[in-house]
Design a protein around this ligand. Sequence first.
Ligand code: PBE
Length: 278
Amino acid sequence: LGIAGKEVTVGGKNFTEQYLLSEMTAFLLTEEGFKVNQMNNLGSTVVRSALENGQVDLMWEYTGTALITYMGEEPIADPEAAFNKVKEVDSEQNIKWINMSDVNNTYALAMRSEQAAELGIESISDLAAYINENPGELTMASDAEFANRPDGLPGVEETYGFEFGSAQISQMDIGLTQRALDNEQVDVSVAYETDATIKNYDLVVLEDDEQFFPPYRAAVSINEDVYEEYPEIEEITAILAENLDSTIMRELNYRVDIEGESVSVVAYDWLVENGLIE
Ligand code: PBE
C-alpha cells in the first residue's frame, strides 16, 4: 500500500447490479487518481472472505446479508438500526461500513400473474397454504445462495411453515430464473427487488405478509486500514450512495439485462449524465 501510488481492489458479486456498482466505483476512484483492480463475479461468502483477508479492499454489500448470513444475527427491520448493527459487529473484523444508500435489494418470490390468480395466491402465506394442501405440485427456480442461506428459502419455509421438496427446486443462475418462470418450466421463482426482469415478464411478487425479509440496503464495506490510508474514499463513494436508489438501480439493471448494453457503457453514461464524472 502506498509505495507505488494509490491502488485499491474493488470486489463484487455475480449479478448485474453488483457489476454496475463495482464498475461505477472503479470509474470514480480512477478519476481521483487511483489505480483500481476489480475482483468481480464472486458469490457472497467468497467476496466476503476476500474482504476479510485483505484481497478485496472495498465493495458494495447489503446490510441484511451481512447481518444474517455473515454475522448470524437476528434480522432487524429498521434500515438505520441494521446499518448500525453491522457497523458495530464488523468493527471487530477490521471492516468499516460507510455510505448506506437507498438501494434496497431485498429477496422476493415471484409467480406468473395468471397462475397466481388461478390458484388464488397473493402472498407467501397463500403459497404456503397451497403447497401444504397440494404437496409436490409446485416447482421453484432458485439461485444457489437463496436455496441455502438462512435469510433465503430455508428461513422462508420455516417462517411460513411449508416446504418445497428438493425434487421441486431447480437451481440455476439468477439471470435465468425469471425466464424459466415465464417459460412455465417452474411455478415460483426467487427474484431480487431491483431486478429489471419482473416487469418485463408478466410476473407478480408475492406479498411477504409475515415480513420475513429484512432490509438489504447497499452500502460500502471497506478494510479499515485502507480506509485510514485513503479516507477520501468515503467522499468519492458517497456520490453513489447519494444518487442511487432502487428505482434508478432497476433502470440501470434493465439497460444491461433487457436491452443488452454493456455494464461499462451503462455505468459510464449514468455517471456522465449526472455530472458525476467528466
Ligand atoms: N440480496 C438480493 C442478495 C442477492 C440479491 C441482496 C439479498 C445478496 O447479494 O446478498
